[in-house]
Design a protein around this ligand. Structure first.
Ligand SMILES: *Cc1c(COP(=O)(O)O)cnc(C)c1O
Length: 391
């Protein structure tokens, strides 16, 4: 048979770190153990009914069966701009400063193709959503990792970036509220990012997937609220987490017109836009009653309280998240991330994600997602508290 050789692009990807954990999870499941999966960042709650109804109506209309506009329906882009105005008081021109995405992951993965040439540098946080570094690598670029450490509130230390690296950098990815650490950013931090980006002429890509998933009355801000931010960057937004729509594949990017335009140019050569019926359902989500969002946040907050209280009682070290549905937990002395996640799985049937899977700087942590109901969360805590944490 003809040998099949993969591209260097694929061969040079970092190894998939969860292989061993996945294998053990499967093995334990086969043995009949009840598994509580806190590993995946995917809402378990259903998409609100009025959004599904909007999809059903739109799917039946033949006008929506044809190729959509590459960069989004005018009405969807206008709904996104209006939502930004209402939610963040940010003004956007829907024709030049908004592009519809097939989920924000799609835009995040593609933007390096617009700005990174082989050998170019992009500033990427670690630990982080893996797509930033992989998108940069696929474009032939080199990620320079900005470590997120607890002592610095899981914000990148811009002063620690060597001048010659900053001079070469074309893009910087940031993400607040943050996956996986659940850290939030202050206005002060965003202002520093704008000044840094101006100084070194770096395009900032802020991933804002979790701005709507927040607790205790906290309202995360948009990067674009900071003066000058719209000159240096764009923000990726997603309906996935806010409206429990991960499977629907709809998001958008907003900000500096030339950056939005270049991303649209890449997309027009790769995909043909999001299904119009999904865009119309997205409009229903953005423009409809937002109590569904507060209801979901209440559910996540109640789960958070159960899990955090249990973990603290066990003596584990963590910050109570103010946003996102993740809890970022320091592993006890003597364990690696993988050892600790392995122990949780084999002895309690609880799946957590080893922090090093999000980058080397995630070593020493595990991430748990608030994606099971309260009863299951109580059961998880009960099992975890019965564990013995001597290495
Ligand atoms: C879930 C998530 C996304 C969103 O993905 P979609 O493609 O919009 O579903 C983006 N960034 C981060 C950090 C996420 O966790």
């Amino acid at each position: 048979m003809m040998p099949i050789e993969k591209s260097q692009r694929l061969k040079s990807l970092p190894p998939y770190l969860f292989k061993e954990l996945d294998r053990r999870k499967e093995e334990i499941r086969r043995q009949g153990m009840d598994i509580i999966d806190l590993g995946v960042g995917d809402p378990d709650l259903p998409t609100p009914g009025h959004i599904i109804e909007a999809l059903n109506r739109a799917a039946a209309d033949p006008a929506n069966h044809r190729y959509p506009s590459y960069t989004g329906m005018e009405t969807f882009n206008a709904a996104a701009a209006d939502w930004y105005k209402r939610r963040f008081n940010v003004d956007l021109d829907p024709k030049r400063e908004v592009v519809t995405l097939i989920g924000s992951k799609e835009g995040i993965a593609h933007i390096p193709l617009a700005f990174i040439d082989p050998g170019d540098v992009a500033l990427v946080p670690s630990p982080a959503y893996p797509v930033y570094a992989i998108g940069v690598r696929f474009a032939g670029g080199r990620p320079h990792f900005m470590d997120l450490v607890r002592e610095k509130d899981f914000l990148p230390d811009l002063e620690a970036i060597p001048g010659e690296v900053a001079e070469k950098a074309r893009l910087m990815f940031i993400n607040y509220p943050n996956n996986p650490t659940s850290a939030v950013a202050s206005r002060d931090f965003f202002e520093k990012v704008v000044a840094f980006a101006r100084r070194y002429r770096i395009i900032v890509c802020h991933d804002a997937a979790y701005t709507e998933m927040a607790f205790d009355g906290y309202r995360p801000m948009s990067f674009l609220e900071v003066p000058g931010a719209k000159e240096v960057g764009i923000e990726f937004h997603s309906l996935s987490k806010t409206y429990a729509m991960t499977g629907w594949r709809i998001g958008f990017a907003v900000g500096r017109a030339e950056v939005v335009e270049a991303l649209g140019q890449v997309k027009s050569n790769i995909d043909s836009g999001a299904f119009q019926a999904v865009q119309l359902a997205g409009i229903a989500a953005l423009e409809g009653d937002q109590t569904c969002v507060s209801k979901m946040n209440e559910a996540y907050q109640a789960r958070r309280d159960i899990l955090v209280e249990g973990l603290l009682k066990m003596g584990l070290s963590l910050e109570k998240p103010r946003a996102t549905f993740y809890v970022w937990i320091q592993v006890p002395e003597g364990f690696s991330s993988a050892d600790f996640a392995g122990r949780l799985l084999t002895q309690a049937g609880v799946v957590a994600t080893p922090g090093n899977g999000f980058g080397e700087a995630g070593e020493g942590y595990v991430r748990m997602a608030l994606t099971v109901n309260r009863k299951r969360m109580e059961e998880a805590v009960k099992r975890l508290r019965a564990l013995d944490f001597t290495p």
